[in-house]
Design a protein. Structure first.
Length: 222
C-alpha cells in the first residue's frame, strides 16, 4: 500500500526535494548524501573506469561519479527521471550515458563495470527483487570490481521514532521488510564480499562497500 504523502512527493518535485533535503540533514545535507556512495569508489578506481549508477533517478549520483573522472552510465526504469538526469548533466557540462531498463536485468554486458553504486533504492524492492538486483550487480562487475551501497538501516535511540514516522508516511511495505533484513548477508549470498560497513545518521542509514572476488592467479607449474 502506497502512502499518500509518498504519492504527493512523486507527483510534485518541489515536495520531493523538500522531503529529501530534510531527510539529508542528519548526514550533512543533500550534497553530502549524494556523495556517500561515489566517495566509496573514488579511491578504489582509476580515472576513466566504467561505472554504473543503478536506479539513478534524476542523475545526482551519476553526475557525482562523473565529476570524479569516471566513465558513467546511469540506469533507471522511469523515462521522466532520465529526461531530468539528461538535462541536469547537460547543464553541468558532463557526459553520462543514460539507459532505460530494469535494475533486475540491466541491458549491459557481463563483466563490463569496474564499479556500481545503488543509493537509497534497494528498499524499494521486494526480497526476491533485491536478490535479482544483487545477482545482476555480480554479473555486471568485472572480477575485483566494487559495489557501493547506501540505504536504510534500523535506527536505535533518538532516531528510531523519526525513522518509523518517515516509513509510515512515505515508504511502502518493502522498506519495512528491508529494515528487517541483513544486507551484508544478502550481498554475500550474491557472491560479493563485504569489505566495509558503517552506520550513518544516528544509525538510520548504512553504507557498504562490497567486492566481486578477483580472478585467482594461476599456480606456476611444478
Amino acid at each position: 500500500m502506497k502512502r499518500p504523502l509518498r504519492t504527493l512527493a512523486y507527483r510534485h518535485r518541489w515536495f520531493y526535494d523538500a522531503v529529501s533535503a530534510i531527510s539529508a540533514l542528519s548526514v550533512g545535507g543533500p550534497e553530502r548524501l549524494r556523495q556517500l556512495a561515489p566517495a566509496m569508489l573514488a579511491s578504489r578506481l582509476p580515472v576513466g573506469a566504467p561505472v554504473l549508477d543503478l536506479c539513478c533517478g534524476g542523475g545526482e549520483g551519476a553526475i557525482a561519479l562523473a565529476r570524479l573522472g569516471l566513465r558513467v552510465c546511469g540506469l533507471d526504469v522511469a523515462p521522466r527521471a532520465l529526461d531530468q538526469a539528461r538535462e541536469r548533466a547537460r547543464r553541468c557540462g558532463l557526459t553520462v550515458q543514460w539507459i532505460e531498463g530494469l535494475a533486475e536485468d540491466p541491458p549491459l554486458a557481463p563483466c563490463s563495470q569496474a564499479g556500481i553504486t545503488i543509493a537509497l533504492a534497494l528498499h524499494e524492492f521486494s526480497a526476491a527483487e533485491r536478490r535479482a538486483v544483487l545477482a545482476a550487480c555480480t554479473r555486471l562487475l568485472q572480477p575485483g570490481g566494487w559495489l557501493a551501497l547506501v540505504d536504510l538501516h534500523p535506527a536505535r535511540g533518538v532516531m528510531a521514532l523519526p525513522q518509523q514516522l518517515f516509513c509510515a508516511l512515505f515508504e511502502t511495505e518493502t522498506a519495512i521488510d528491508f529494515l528487517a533484513s541483513d544486507l551484508s548477508v544478502e550481498l554475500e549470498q550474491a557472491g560479493l564480499a563485504v569489505v566495509q560497513r558503517e552506520r550513518l545518521a544516528g544509525g538510520a542509514l548504512q553504507r557498504l562497500l562490497a567486492q566481486k572476488p578477483p580472478l585467482a592467479e594461476p599456480h606456476p607449474p611444478e
